[in-house]
Each structure stands twice: as structure tokens, then as C-alpha cells.
Design a protein around this ligand. Structure first.
Ligand code: NDP
Length: 458
């Protein structure tokens, strides 16, 4: 690396950037990293981790109620938002410290500040300039707001983690991961929640049985779900907000949150100047090795808008390190990436939806089971679990696993290994269940549901 300050300069200290920096340094490379906000990135600081802590908090509401069926008498529970936020902040501070320590221990030089490219090998951080042989961009994404007037009075998920108080009434716009998760959080903590989605059913892109089951369950829990509607205008009033909806009605609320998507952080990085091209969606264009249109510049994670999940960014970063620093070029495989929605009840999913499988394979066998979990036989709670296997008929390979219900993310993680391994339905059938669990249902579903599509084609 003759003449360069560093072999690798990483821009962005989130999941992908930190992993890339640490692992490259572990191979002996001289590495530096710059982050303009807080080390840990979206997932650790204002995404997955604090969101899951709030999600746990919001679950207690039902846990207290459910305990009665098991013989417990619980005094009237009281909830303190400020205490929850303080505890959450302490934990996030701790994690941020750990991230920096990991980088330091790996020998990575850490900078705080906005980094931008001057040329393909020169990076500016504040008033300092560095050179590097290779550059990894991992700047993540940021929430977007709809264009309609009045959204300056709304918040995004970024602000939701720092509200002074829990809103009495909250409106969440959107039908994706973040909207569904925050609707559940606010509802569980005691806010009156309305979720407004522009399409006919939430969680577009997920399996229809997941979408329909979850929508039914969240409505049962008290979320006012309004579909095929948008917010036309937000009016600020003296002590609250008045939302004007596309169906002509109005809605009073204390808080309105946009969960209407995120965009890649590509601004003010000097990309255009050095020739790093963007794709049509405004994300950094990369090849299968995460290389940008400039040879020595790579990009991983949400800024490339492939699959916007922390573990994907981490794997992309590992593949980058294998490719550039370990002499074993490797493309990240984006097939069969499992994911979860931490809604109440949660969703776990991996592989193809039924519709995608029909498009890909033609004939498919569908196994589906809907039941009341054992826990709720005594709690009395009216909550259903839905589990579904999508099997391509010719080869009998299981190509999709979908679940809505208690522990779905924990269960589907294991199922994802089977899907990656190409397990057939016969292998599922020959696997012994663990009893009594919900998970055993995945290895005991014997009869496919009657296939209306196949019948119609006969
Ligand atoms: P999503 O893309 O998942 O959802 C955006 C939602 O907003 C969609 O329902 C979309 O509708 C709707 N929408 C978009 N634009 C508008 C508009 N102008 N007016 C009204 N509605 C609109 O984005 P999120 O912000 O929920 O999450 C971003 C990403 O972060 C996710 O894709 C996921 O990759 C990641 N994430 C993962 C989590 C997890 O793993 N548990 C949790 C949170 C985030 P339509 O469907 O019609 O397009």
C-alpha cells in the first residue's frame, strides 16, 4: 500500500462498517473508520435493538393479564415511560461503548465526524485528509416522510425512541416492518393506536396468510387499522393534531409517525465527483462482490438497498473482507434470507411466499395450521398462531416457511437452516418434534390443504 495512510478506510460505523473494519484489521490490514453520529449505527442506536427493548416492555401489559389464568393475582400495574427510556438509553450507551472498544481492540483507528471523498483514494473528515488504498462505504439509510403538507409536525422512528412522554393517541402511517412494529409497541404500552395504510393489506411482499392473520390479530388487540387510505394533510392545533384523511374524514391525535420507508444515505459523500454511480432507486450501484463503479471503492448494507437487514449487511461485509483481504473472493448469497417482524404476535419468515412459489415452480403443496397456543388455553386470550409450509410439488423441497405467533422469530431461525440446506418435506416429516411446543407443528403437518389452483387447472 505504498503511499497510502491506510489500506482500508470505512465510512459509516454501523453493523456493516464496523464488521468490515474489524475483520479487515484482523487480517493485518491498517484500517480507519469514520462515523458522523454514534457508533453502532441504526440497528444498535435507533433500530433493531432499542425497538426490541420497547417491544419487550409493551408485552408485559398482556403478560400481567394472562397471569390471572395461571392463578396469579397481579396488582394494578403502572407504567413509567421515562424510566423505560432511561433504561433503554443506558443499555444503548453500553453497546455503543462495546462497539468502539471492539474496533479499538482490533487496532482500527476511530474518527468521529462526517467523511466525504475528495478522489477515489482521498477522504476528508472535518479538516483532516487521509488517503486509503480501498474504501468501504457503509453509511446506511434514513427515514423518509410523505410529501403531503404538515409532516413537519410528525415524527419518524428516529424520534420515537426519545419522546418525552407516551402519547395518549398515536397514528402510524405505513404498512411495512416499522409501522407494524411501532403500532404494536404503542398499543401495548397503552396508547390508543390507529395505523393507516395506503394499500389493501399490511406487509406487502409477505405471504398472504401472514398478512391476513397478523392484520386480524392486531385488530383484536385494539389497533384501529385503516387501509386504502392516506393522510392528505396534517393540521397543528393548540394541543393536538388533526389529520385530514383521503376518505374525507378527520382524526384527532397527539402524535403522528411516518413509517413510510427509508432512503440510502448518499448525500454529501462526494460520490458523483469520484464516479460512484447510483441505481434507479438512489442507492449505490454494486456488483455481486459489493464493488461500486469505482474499482477500489466498495459498499455494503442499506446504502446499497439490497436486503436492508443488519445480518445481511454484516454478511456482505464479511464477504468483502474475504474478497479483498483473504484472497478468497466470495459473493454474498441473498437467497433465503430469513426475517422477522416484531409485531404482537410476531412474524417469522424464510423463503418464498405461496404466490412466489407458484410463479417459480407452478405446482406447489401448501401445509397450513392455525391453532390456539397452549399458553392461551389457560390465559383465555383469543390469539391464534398460524404456521405454513410451501413445498414445490415436483421435487418436494420446502421452499417457504411462514409463521405468525408466539416465538415465531426464534422458531423460524432454525427452519432457515433447513431451507438453506434444501430440506425436503420428507426430511421435515422424519424429524421428531419437541413436545409440547408450537414449533413441532412444522414437522407434524401431514396433509396439504386442497389445491384450488390445481383443481381449476384439471
Ligand atoms: P417498508 O418499505 O417496509 O414499508 C414502507 C411502508 O410505507 C409500506 O407499507 C409502503 O406502502 C408505505 N409507504 C411508502 N410511501 C408512502 C407514502 N408516500 N404514503 C403512504 N404510505 C407510504 O419500510 P419501513 O420504513 O417499515 O422499513 C424499512 C426497512 O427497514 C425494511 O424494509 C426492512 O428492511 C428494515 N426493517 C427491518 C426490521 C426487522 O427486521 N424486524 C424492522 C424495521 C425495519 P406500499 O406497501 O404500498 O409500498
Amino acid at each position: 500500500m505504498a503511499g497510502y495512510d491506510y489500506e482500508l478506510f470505512v465510512i459509516g460505523g454501523g453493523s456493516g462498517g464496523v464488521r468490515g473494519a474489524r475483520m479487515a484489521a484482523a487480517t493485518g490490514a491498517r484500517v480507519a473508520i469514520a462515523e458522523s453520529y454514534r457508533y453502532g449505527g441504526t440497528c444498535v442506536i435507533r433500530g433493531c435493538v432499542p425497538k426490541k427493548l420497547l417491544s419487550y416492555a409493551s408485552h408485559f401489559h398482556e403478560d400481567f393479564e394472562d397471569a390471572a389464568g395461571f392463578g396469579w393475582t397481579v396488582p394494578e400495574p403502572r407504567f413509567d415511560w421515562a424510566r423505560l427510556i432511561a433504561s433503554k438509553d443506558t443499555e444503548i450507551d453500553r453497546l455503543e461503548g462495546i462497539y468502539q472498544k471492539l474496533l479499538g481492540n482490533a487496532g482500527v483507528e476511530i474518527f468521529h465526524g462526517h467523511a466525504r471523498l475528495n478522489d477515489a483514494h482521498t477522504i476528508e473528515v472535518g479538516d483532516r485528509t487521509f488517503t486509503a488504498e480501498t474504501i468501504l462505504i457503509a453509511t446506511g439509510g434514513t427515514p423518509t416522510f410523505p410529501m403531503e403538507p404538515g409532516w413537519e409536525h410528525g415524527i419518524s422512528s428516529n424520534e420515537a425512541f426519545h419522546l418525552k412522554e407516551l402519547p395518549k393517541r398515536a397514528v402510524i402511517a405505513g404498512g411495512g416492518f416499522i409501522a407494524v412494529e411501532f403500532a404494536g409497541i404503542f398499543n401495548g404500552l397503552g396508547s390508543q393506536v390507529t395505523q393507516i395504510y395506503r394499500g389493501p393489506q399490511i406487509l406487502r411482499g409477505f405471504d398472504d396468510d401472514v398478512r391476513n392473520t397478523l392484520a386480524g390479530e392486531i385488530v383484536k388487540k385494539g389497533i384501529n387499522l385503516i387501509v386504502e387510505t392516506t393522510i392528505d394533510r396534517i393540521e397543528k392545533r393548540e394541543s393536538d393534531l388533526l389529520l385530514h384523511l383521503s376518505d374525507g374524514s378527520t382524526l384527532e391525535t397527539d402524535l403522528v409517525m411516518a413509517a413510510t420507508g427509508r432512503k440510502p444515505n448518499v448525500e454529501n459523500l462526494g460520490l458523483e465527483q469520484v464516479g460512484v454511480e447510483l441505481n434507479r432507486r438512489g442507492a449505490i450501484k454494486v456488483d455481486e462482490y459489493s464493488r461500486t463503479t469505482v474499482d477500489n471503492i466498495y459498499a455494503v448494507g442499506d446504502v446499497t438497498d439490497r436486503i436492508n437487514l443488519t445480518p445481511v449487511a454484516i454478511q456482505e461485509a464479511m464477504a468483502f473482507v474475504d474478497t479483498v483481504y483473504r484472497g478468497t473472493p466470495r459473493a454474498m448469497n441473498h437467497a433465503d434470507v430469513p426475517s422477522a417482524v416484531f409485531s404482537h404476535p410476531p412474524v417469522g419468515t424464510v423463503g418464498l411466499t405461496e404466490i412466489q412459489a407458484r410463479e417459480t415452480y407452478g405446482a406447489v403443496d401448501i401445509y397450513r395450521s392455525t391453532f390456539r397456543p397452549l399458553k392461551h388455553t389457560l390465559s383465555g386470550r383469543d390469539e391464534k398462531t398460524m404456521m405454513k409450509l410451501v413445498v414445490e410439488r415436483a421435487g418436494q423441497k420446502v421452499v417457504g416457511v411462514h409463521m405468525v405467533g408466539l416465538d415465531a422469530p426464534e422458531i423460524v431461525q432454525g427452519m432457515a437452516v433447513a431451507i438453506k440446506a434444501g430440506a425436503t418435506k420428507q426430511i421435515f416429516d422424519s424429524t421428531v418434534g419437541i413436545h409440547p411446543t408450537a414449533a413441532e407443528e412444522f414437522v407434524t403437518m401431514r396433509e396439504p390443504i386442497p389445491d384450488a389452483t390445481a383443481k381449476a387447472a384439471e
